[in-house]
Ligand binder design. Structure first.
Ligand code: ATP
Length: 336
């Protein structure tokens, strides 16, 4: 068992408290993704779990053991960073093997583990190459290989794919999902990327200003954001958030509607509007429009719908897909 539990974790740098009082449970074997705006404390939290930062107060348990005062190397964790920092003069095999050699693992065991990691990561044919002879994605796989051979209970990833180009990111994302399926370890992953969060996570933790705003399965957060903040943060393009007004619900202050839940028609509809900017993505079209009395809205339309900037259209929000938020930005319906 390697669940990770944070209890009343507080972190201050000097007089600035960046994490006020945080509780989090990461289930054994889960893929937990931390998201939130820049500076909200994601990396700090990961570093606290790793033991690279000491919490100002609170405890960290890994696999039921209190590791708050334990050295990073004794916690059974392994961390993969965005800059993968391989040793350029060593081969792939030597890079992967490095930590095991330092730990004085017996040679035959090292051989076995490196071969197994290389197999999982499809690096077997590259073991004798130097990092300079690899693509960015292959280098990142070597960095992950270094983690795998140490057989950690928990993998920590801090934006591991952010230095890769779009195509490689997609490929590595799929590979990470497969890796998680094949080795079943607990993974905690920080990212800015919506698609990574939605596709990799069993549970997403949305943070803001050092606090947890909501924890849930990706589609849970998407379908039932509990706050205006989560509603605006999860989903791309962003949910439209309009000053409230819901029939018979005076407590509603904000009404949310996702871009794909607004129907558009050139003939008739509830809200007359004019298209400002139109992005044709092929599979769908994103239109940024001004709607009379509603202001600026983002609408996701079918890819085949042709629309030109300046063109008039009529929008109809799907009433069954509205999100209602009350005072303090808390969800008040439907189905809180
Ligand atoms: N060593 C440090 N000394 C002082 N302040 C720090 C230190 N490390 C982080 N901080 C501050 O703590 C806050 C949280 O930083 P952190 O890097 O954890 O955020 P983040 O959510 O990972 O941000 P990003 O998404 O931009 O990487 C920030 O305000 C940051 O300036």
């Amino acid at each position: 068992m390697a669940e990770v539990r944070l209890k009343n974790v507080t972190k201050a740098f000097g007089s600035v408290t960046v994490i006020p009082d945080l509780d989090l449970m990461v289930p054994d074997g889960s893929f937990t993704v931390l998201v939130g705006p820049s500076g909200c404390g994601k990396s700090t939290l990961l570093r606290i779990i790793a033991g690279l930062e000491m919490p100002t107060a609170g405890t960290i348990e890994i696999g039921g053991e209190d590791v708050t005062d334990e050295e990073p190397s004794k916690r059974g964790i392994s961390m993969v960073f965005q800059s993968y920092a391989l040793y350029p003069h060593m081969t792939v095999k030597e890079n992967i093997d490095f930590g095991l050699r330092l730990a004085k693992t017996p040679a035959d065991e090292r051989e076995r583990r490196v071969a197994e990691a290389a197999r999982i990561l499809a690096l077997t044919d590259y073991l004798d190459r130097k990092p300079g002879q690899l693509s960015g994605g292959q280098r990142q796989r070597v960095a992950i290989g270094r983690s795998i051979v140490r057989q950690p209970k928990v993998f920590l990833f801090d934006e591991p794919l952010s230095n890769l180009d779009a195509a490689l990111r997609t490929q590595m994302r799929v590979e990470l999902a497969q890796l998680h399926q094949s080795i079943d370890a607990t993974m905690i992953y920080v990212t800015h990327d919506q698609v990574e969060a939605m596709t990799l996570a069993d549970q997403i933790v949305v943070m803001t200003a050092g606090r947890i705003e909501q924890v849930g399965a990706p589609m849970d957060l998407y379908d039932r954001p509990q706050t205006v903040f989560v509603a605006g943060f999860i989903g791309s393009p962003k949910m439209n958030l309009l000053p409230g007004e819901a029939a018979g619900r005076p407590e509603v202050e904000t009404v949310g509607i996702r871009p794909e839940h607004i129907r558009a028609d050139t003939e008739a509809g509830d809200w007359p509007a004019v298209a400002n900017v139109v992005e044709n993505l092929g599979s769908d079209t994103i239109a940024y429009v001004s709607a009379d009395k509603r202001g600026e809205l983002t609408v996701r339309l079918p890819g085949h719908m042709r629309l030109r900037p300046g063109e008039r259209l009529f929008l109809t929000p799907e009433s069954e897909n509205l999100h209602l938020f009350g005072e303090n930005g808390q969800r008040v319906g439907p189905g809180t």
